[in-house]
Unconditional design. Structure first.
Length: 135
């Protein structure tokens, strides 16, 4: 399980989503008078964490693992939308907004790691199919 690179990618995606809770973009979202923005960001971050960790343990069933990661990536895109929305509501990307941009960047990196995990799972699936043809 841990010897596969996609396991590392999924773990990194989950860790990056967890780190977003300690960035200023999350603090700004939770302090927003429109409380649905903060709760939406929190839910859109915790669901991919759970799905990524669950997907790590589906290493024997690669098609199912890919489908769960795709659902997680969709939720990650929603979280990225919330993060960018909070960043733009603060006044856009400027000189003093590096801390807030870091939170949105971590969400994007989590999405990137999920895409890399899907790519590597597909490569494993192709390798298994080619080995079955050889037999």
């Amino acid at each position: 399980m841990i010897q596969r690179i996609q396991t590392v990618f999924l773990a990194l995606a989950a860790i990056l989503n967890f780190i977003v809770y300690f960035t200023p973009v999350y603090d700004k979202a939770m302090s927003d008078p429109q409380t649905w923005i903060g709760y939406g960001l929190a839910i859109a971050l915790v669901l991919p964490i759970i799905l990524n960790i669950y997907s790590i343990f589906l290493y024997n069933n690669r098609p199912s693992q890919i489908s769960w990661i795709k659902i997680s990536a969709l939720l990650q895109v929603i979280a990225l939308g919330f993060g960018v929305g909070v960043l733009l509501s603060l006044g856009g990307f400027g000189t003093y907004m590096w801390d807030e941009a870091l939170g949105s960047g971590l969400i994007f990196l989590g999405l990137l790691f999920q895409i890399l995990a899907i790519r590597n799972i597909r490569k494993d699936e192709e390798l298994v199919r080619s080995m079955n043809r050889i037999r």
